[in-house]
Design a protein around this ligand. Structure first.
Ligand SMILES: Nc1ncnc2c1ncn2[C@@H]1O[C@H](COP(=O)(O)OP(=O)(O)OP(=O)(O)O)[C@@H](O)[C@H]1O
Length: 569
């Protein structure tokens, strides 16, 4: 049986153990977990969990008698208004002297009758009294086929024109993260959205934002903060598609072209022309702004950007930004000085939120979010999508280019990203050739040699790195997205690791081993980006014999298995 689990503040730190114990003692697999930070957490957890209850059972673990009583009371209250909340199950878990499994067994035994009763009813094909035909969707095989319209009509409603827009764009079924997050976000709650790469977080945060924006009001009402220009262009493009702007709007001149009554989206990104951005913001403020944090901060401080009408702030890749000294400072100022949490809905999203409990506390203490922020973690046991295949090749540093060439020849990917590490400042100063250029030039050279022998590899190596001019970066990424006529191989630094979405990338190569496990997750997540189909993607790392030990660490931490490949001859 798979369930959702809700843990209140007093049980923080025990989730991981509880997942394992629930499987062992009760045969329950936790598919999603909610943590509430509020002081009256058990009651607020019930409210949080209620929207999910018409699809799955939700287990609410309480440690003290008083929180259990509060939870039971709230469930009863909710049940009188909605039959679906009968699937919300408070469980009293006294947890004396750390005996988690013993407490869990006793608690589960006490509630078993209730679960078994429901299972038996389902087996006999009996419908729950008072439940409408929603229950038919509770069959596991049908859950994945719930449409946006079914999910978002009724209590957690999305305006019809937006639902229509989503369907017109070809999105019929919500992904897991959208199913979980949208009802809660549409109720107006703040959220820390922690879900795997490629799981569809962008749509999950943009739809509630669009549902609140008033098209006739010429003021910035929503801000999406992103770490890089590249990700900003991508998010702005999705937002413009939702706003009904046809096709891609690459030139920032188009931002100002606002039809009466329609929502406008402006990209306020590093590298744009300051004076133009200023006059656009003044003459025709867009309703939605997608920007890099430094640029947004500067515009606010110079009083070109007014934030008094802002009702939503989204921070995408929040861990990357909070973790960077400069961006972190600007971001904190935006969240707690330039705007106030009680005046807005705040959504902080990422596929990686290290030390999430600490982060949750920081959010509340520093007033980055409201106190009752919901922490939504989709598939907490799976930090990386299960449909990625992880391989490694052992080779010495000096042989790496040749080995890369052989592996590429064998794989023949239509679109791939080859990651190298950022060049150090010292290496730049002494004028060393960057790894991106070394790899791309080598591939070009071998391509030419093969062509001279009558073999057309059809490779098109492209380079993406921070030091390139923004226009070069923009056109490189456009070329890569469009695919061109050949097999596109993007040789990129860490810049391409966060958020970039090119669905046909089937291979990622770590030409240089990433500097952290977090970086491995994000690089790997550039492939396998079709959340509904769960198509496989392959991640191949090139490591020296001395680096072999790092694989074990990643295997343990991410619970994955690397397979070794031999150098193709
Ligand atoms: N409901 C859906 N049905 C089909 N495809 C979807 C759906 N929602 C999103 N997608 C597609 O899934 C891909 C990944 O979505 P998105 O970029 O939002 O992922 P993400 O969770 O933000 O990933 P990352 O953490 O890597 O940034 C995109 O190509 C997007 O168009």
């Amino acid at each position: 049986m798979s369930m959702r689990m809700v843990v209140s503040g007093s049980l923080w730190g025990l989730e991981r153990e509880m997942h394992a114990s629930l499987v062992r003692c009760c045969g329950i697999r936790v598919e999603r977990q909610i943590v509430s930070c509020s002081s009256s957490s058990s009651s607020s957890c019930c409210f949080e969990a209620a929207p999910c209850c018409n699809r799955r059972r939700v287990l609410l673990l309480c440690r003290s008698v008083s929180s259990f009583a509060a939870a039971t009371g709230t469930v009863e209250l909710l049940s009188s208004s909605s039959s679906t909340t009968r699937r919300l199950q408070p469980l009293f878990l006294p947890l004396r002297s750390g005996k988690l499994e013993a407490s869990l067994e006793t608690a589960a035994a006490a509630s078993e009758l209730c679960f078994r009763g429901e299972e038996e009813k389902q087996e006999q094909g009996l419908e729950d009294v008072g439940n409408n035909n929603c229950d038919r969707n509770e069959e596991p095989e049908l859950v994945g086929r719930l449409t946006f319209r079914e999910l978002l009509s009724g209590a957690a409603a999305l305006p019809d024109h937006l639902l229509q827009r989503v369907e017109d764009l070809g999105f019929k079924y919500p992904t897991q993260v959208q199913k979980e997050a949208l009802p809660v976000l549409l109720s107006g709650r703040d959220m820390i959205l922690h879900a795997q790469t490629g799981s569809g977080k962008t749509l999950a945060y943009l739809l509630p934002m669009f549902s609140k924006v008033v098209p006739t009001r010429a003021a910035v009402q929503a801000i999406v903060v992103v770490p890089t220009r590249e990700l900003g262009m991508q998010v702005a493009k999705v937002a413009r598609m939702l706003a009904g702007k046809s096709g891609e709007v690459p030139a920032e001149e188009m931002n100002i072209k606002r039809e009466r009554g329609s929502i406008t989206v402006m990209a306020l990104l590093d590298g744009g022309t300051n004076s133009r951005q200023k006059s656009w913001l003044k003459a025709a403020p867009p309703q939605i702004l997608v920007g890099t944090v430094e640029r947004i901060g500067r515009m606010i401080e110079m009083k070109h950007l007014r934030t008094n009408a802002v009702t939503t702030i989204v921070v995408d890749e929040v861990d990357a930004m909070m973790g960077a000294a400069k961006e972190g400072g600007h971001l904190q100022k935006l969240l707690s000085v330039h705007t106030r949490p009680e005046q807005r809905q705040t959504i902080l999203a990422s596929a990686t939120i290290p030390q999430h409990r600490r982060f949750l506390q920081d959010c509340v203490q520093n007033k980055w979010t409201k106190e009752n922020v919901v922490y939504t973690h989709i598939q907490p046991e799976e930090k990386i999508p299960s449909y990625l295949h992880h391989r490694y090749v052992v080779c010495e540093k000096d042989d790496r280019l040749q080995v890369l060439f052989s592996v590429l020849q064998e794989d023949a990917p239509n679109a791939a990203i080859i990651f190298v590490n950022d060049q150090s400042e010292k290496a730049k100063r002494v004028g060393n050739v960057s790894a991106t250029i070394a790899v791309a030039e080598f591939l070009e050279k071998r391509k030419a040699e093969c062509l001279a022998d009558g073999v057309d590899l059809q490779w098109e190596p492209l380079i993406l790195e921070e030091d390139d001019h923004i226009h070069t970066r923009f056109s490189t990424l456009s070329d890569f997205r469009e695919g061109g006529s050949g097999r596109c191989l993007l040789v990129a630094t860490e810049l391409a690791a966060r958020g970039i979405d090119v669905p046909n990338v089937c291979h990622v190569y770590n030409y240089e081993w990433p500097q952290s496990v977090t970086s491995y997750i994000h690089r790997a997540g550039r492939t396998g980006r079709r959340p509904i189909t769960e198509e496989h993607g392959t991640v191949t790392s090139f490591i020296t014999p001395k680096e072999l030990f790092v694989l074990q660490r990643v295997e343990n931490e991410l619970k994955l298995k690397f397979s070794s490949i031999r150098v193709p001859t």
